[in-house]
Design a protein around this ligand. Structure first.
Ligand SMILES: Cc1cc2nc3c(=O)[nH]c(=O)nc-3n(C[C@H](O)[C@H](O)[C@H](O)COP(=O)(O)OP(=O)(O)OC[C@H]3O[C@@H](n4cnc5c(N)ncnc54)[C@H](O)[C@@H]3O)c2cc1C
Length: 459
């Protein structure tokens, strides 16, 4: 059988839709398309006869020789003063704070936009590649290249929506210059793999700005949230991270703008959280991800999901820097309010994501191995799980992920109907958590009683 990104990746449902294989295919036989599930995949537009293997070499989910550890070590292992932790990869320093100018229009504290803008104004780069709203209902967000501060600002915010890089990577290959690019961990890993194969990309992509990532959602996730918000008209634009002064940063809202120019809002706690945290519409490739902090990025930005910051409705960023060039821009920073923060706190802020990407992944891999599924080599080893409640949680979330994906794409259903289908799984999940709490509480009581008895005995 032919060995290509189609047979090895797409057909095994391991594609994240980054588009690097399409951009680098030397024969131009690939193109990015939406699949049935509202995810981007490459397709062969003319038959591939060469089988050069480049498409597989740049795929972030198949390359068995390279992982975030090997790539990170090569990029940052020799940097003076660098540290390393298994959860975060390499880092020089970590900060907490915000940009005075971009905070309110950005996802968190606006640090990603500030860094991109500062890199441009300090002439470290010539162009920024980031993600902006398109105004096109069939593709609400896309990567775009900018060489001005105003352009970069239009990208502020998070796109919890599929975007692919094939077009912008081709543009970078055509137009010389120094580029900075934003991306999710797996997208930036793909760029690093591509840089090993392609000299122009190596020379031209000089800064990578990573976003910490829990999971990528399909286009259908946005359709679901729109339906949940009661949107009936065609959606022309969506802001995924609206802030309002009467809600904490953690309860942000989606705003949908429809073809009839109406705006409709829905808050995180009004149903977005339920679908997000239970992995509805999450891509299958995310099931194999063990990179939380975009370990191949020169700098990674994320939300300060810590009690001291998440209550502030304006949003706060955490920044983990790996490149000395970016660190010196940050240290000179004007218009930012930044403090150092311990990397322990940075790790703590992503505790839930780390559990899913390390602990749950080990058990998922174990399950897939038992089923004889082809699985990519990960840094986490497959491991059986002793805790029956955790086993059940992984099972139920996977059930919800696959079922939401199938049901939404096969039937013209609405949010209410999907919630009905999911209710038994949610109920079981809640019951499991309650049982777990009761067990933990009982163990604590027993330990307390045992301690008392021992104390009395010794006393
Ligand atoms: C799918 C997804 C999942 C995430 N999961 C987590 C998480 O679990 N925990 C956490 O702390 N943070 C997560 N983030 C990151 C978080 O949402 C913010 O993007 C991050 O904190 C940066 O905020 P900021 O205010 O510093 O950036 P901003 O100033 O808002 O700038 C963000 C920059 O990133 C670009 N961008 C936005 N979306 C994308 C995208 N999809 N691909 C590439 N570039 C993009 C924008 O164009 C902009 O240049 C996630 C982001 C995404 C897109």
């Amino acid at each position: 059988m032919k060995s290509s990104v189609i047979t090895k990746v797409v057909e095994n449902d391991l594609c994240i839709g980054c588009g690097l294989c399409v951009a680098l295919c030397p024969h131009g036989v690939l193109s990015m398309r939406w699949n049935h599930y509202g995810e981007y995949n490459p397709v062969e537009v003319t038959p591939c006869t060469m089988e050069c293997g480049l498409c597989l070499g740049v795929c972030p989910f198949t390359n068995p020789e390279e992982n975030e550890d090997t790539i990170g070590r090569e990029l940052y292992g020799g940097v003076s003063g660098i540290h390393h932790r298994s959860e975060t990869g390499y880092y020089l320093a970590s900060y907490v704070g915000y940009s005075e100018n971009y905070r309110l229009t950005s996802a968190s504290g606006g640090m990603a936009t500030w860094i991109l803008e500062a890199l441009l104004s300090e002439n470290v780069i010539d162009r920024v590649v980031c993600v902006i709203p398109t105004g096109d209902s069939k593709r609400l967000f896309d990567f775009q290249i900018f060489d001005t501060q105003d352009g970069v600002c239009t990208g502020a915010g998070s796109a919890y929506y599929p975007v692919e890089m094939s077009r912008v990577i081709r543009q970078i290959l055509e137009v010389p210059g120094r580029y900075a690019i934003t991306g999710l961990p797996c997208f930036l890993k793909a760029i690093r793999l591509a840089q090993k194969q392609n000299k122009k990309l190596r020379e031209r992509v000089v800064i990578t700005v990573g976003l910490t990532c829990g999971q990528l959602k399909s286009r259908h996730f946005t359709d679901y949230i729109a339906s949940l918000a009661g949107v009936k008209e065609e959606v022309m634009a969506v802001c995924c991270r609206g802030k309002s002064s009467d809600h904490p940063a953690s309860n942000f809202h989606y705003t949908f703008i429809t073809a009839d120019c109406r705006e409709q809002r829905i808050f995180w706690e009004e149903g977005i959280a339920e679908a997000w945290t239970n992995r509805w519409f999450t891509l299958n490739a995310c099931n194999y991800c063990d990179d939380v902090f975009a370990e191949c990025a020169d700098v990674t930005c994320m939300d300060a999901w810590l009690p001291d910051y998440s209550r502030d409705s304006r949003g706060t960023s955490l920044v983990l820097v790996r490149s000395p060039k970016v660190q010196s821009v940050i240290e000179r920073g004007e218009g930012v309010c930044l403090d150092h923060i311990s990397v322990d706190q940075v790790v703590k802020s992503q505790g839930g994501v780390l559990t899913v990407k390390w602990e749950h992944l080990a058990y998922r891999l174990n399950l897939y191995c038992k089923k004889g599924k082809k699985i990519p080599k990960k840094r986490v080893e497959p491991k059986s799980e002793g805790n029956p409640i955790l086993r059940r949680e992984v099972f139920l979330k996977e059930k919800m992920r696959t079922e939401s994906r199938e049901v939404w794409s096969n039937n013209a259903i609405d949010a209410e109907r999907l919630q009905e289908i999911m209710r038994p799984y949610l109920w079981q999940l809640t019951a499991g958590r309650q049982i777990s709490k009761i067990i933990t509480f009982s163990i604590r009581i027993l330990q307390y009683i045992q301690g008392k008895i021992r104390g009395e005995y010794h006393g």
